[in-house]
Design a protein. Structure first.
Length: 200
């Protein structure tokens, strides 16, 4: 009886281990599938944005996104790293889209949009102020140029706001914000275990 019970426990252990491994494999496959979907999505967006290489800034953003996409493809074994690289690329392409739309879409702003735009630009302003911090953590050799572009976009957004071109202002502010979002994702990719900052 004791032997039969022991055998049952052993078989039960094997069964639990089997299901645990199977569940882990399923989770891994889902993560891989999600990563492939994100890779495909970023690649399609990149192809669309590259057709718009209408300005130096578009070319800069698209080239950086393209490089991040390639890095993500070679980092597939590390799902977290690849995901953050893809998210950063996506944010740069979001900024590129907004910059392109500013030059091609009519701005038929209404006065009632002023307050909403002011609130959005306030958020964008504080986001841009975080640029140097994330640039330092990102590991990108030219991160300072990313911050410079973000600040320039915000300044253009503020000028558009002052001119009553509120939709243009929101697009440019969103682009400025997206560049800093990209730097934050790159910082997350490098700082795997977040630590609270030390006071000076």
């Amino acid at each position: 009886m004791k032997t039969a019970f022991s055998l049952l426990l052993i078989l039960s252990g094997f069964g639990s281990a089997f299901f645990a491994v199977h569940a882990y494999d399923d989770k891994d496959k889902k993560a891989e599938r999600r990563l492939q979907e994100r890779t495909d999505s970023v690649a399609k967006k990149l192809a669309r944005c590259q057709a718009w290489n209408t300005s130096d800034l578009n070319r800069f953003l698209n080239s950086k996104a393209s490089a991040l996409l390639e890095r993500a493809k070679t980092s597939r074994a590390d799902h977290f790293m690849a995901d953050r690289l893809l998210r950063a690329a996506g944010e740069l392409l979001e900024a590129s889209e907004e910059v392109f739309k500013v030059s091609t879409k009519p701005d038929d702003s209404a006065p009632k949009e002023k307050a909403e735009t002011a609130r959005e630009l306030e958020k964008d302003y504080f986001r841009v102020q975080q640029g140097d911090y994330f640039a330092g953590l990102s590991g990108e050799a030219d991160a300072a140029a990313w911050v410079k572009h973000s600040r320039s976009l915000y300044q253009q957004a503020r000028a558009a706001y002052d001119a009553g071109r509120f939709r243009k202002a929101r697009r440019l502010g969103h682009a400025a914000d997206a560049v800093i979002d990209a730097l934050e994702y790159l910082a997350q990719a490098r700082v795997r275990v977040p630590e609270p900052p030390r006071l000076p």
